[in-house]
Design a protein around this ligand. Sequence first.
Ligand code: AMP
Ligand code: MG
Length: 329
Amino acid sequence: METLLLRESEALTRAAELLKRGEVVAFKTETVYGLGANAFDKRAVHKIFEAKGRPLDNPLIAHIADISMWKSLAREIGGGALSLAERFWPGPLTIILPKAMFIPDEVTAGLDTIAARMPRSPFALELIRECGFPIAAPSANLSGKPSPTTAAAVLEDMDGRIPLIADGGVCEVGVESTVISLVDEPKVLRPGAVTLEQLREFIPDIVLADSIAGKPMSPGMKYRHYAPLAKLVPASGTADEQAAFLCTQYDITPNAIVICSEETAAKLSSRRHIILGSRNSPAVILSNLFESLREADRRGAETIFMETFGADGAFLAFRNRVQRAAGEN
Ligand code: AMP
Ligand code: MG
């Protein structure tokens, strides 16, 4: 299969055509690039799993353009869910509720619940409106790899596997949405750019899932994710301790690359590093994480040493992705 790369209105027209015909298409959202299909068409949704090599027991997020679409997906949308949506949608928050009867099992991995999100990217919203149905979409990477935040990164993984990549430029947020469940007690299943602190202003008693502390719990959370080809080793300790550790690694580890803040880069003895941004701008650091992992692979790194930044605000999502990409390292 030939994979077309198109932009703007040409991309929109072609993407809508393909989606209506039951094909899969990659498109930009503000979080990461998604690999979308008609959420009501189980054969189309199945093609997502084939293109990604994704395990069938890992459920998808349905992307919507308005609240009436949400009502076609979820059985009951309570007042709490609606006010969260009003505050954070369109934006990088996914809400899990009991599902409506006619959602294909392929979307929810057989669960009785459905994850929904209204993306902020104008292209994604227009595409969903043009189609008139919710678009089920995971990240547009091969299963297990870092999520793509540029069309070039999608092409690296999906060339020959899908008919179209709608190139909308660089994703602003750069990591997947925050996922919360409102099915039982309100719970954060995956941290993202909408922070725990922001959610607590609305739901003071919302808790973090054990999986964020490292124990596999949520479906799909048990798989190794986000992993570059290189071995990934997170640093730990204070900023000074980490800088000292990172400096010594160049001498003892062949083909090492350091990924770090600009403050730490200024202290390093080698130029073999990739800068994420300033430690004072957590959102910028987060947005550059996945692309930095892919860039380290492109440069042929054997080992990546990664600076870490604690768990406050957006850094909780950063820590979560780095821990899961590092696996046992
Ligand atoms: P991805 O789109 O690749 O970011 O993956 C979506 C993730 O959302 C899955 O891996 C799950 O962790 C989570 N998710 C989606 N639907 C559900 C659901 N019904 N219940 C629990 N978690 C879900
Ligand atoms: Mg993914």
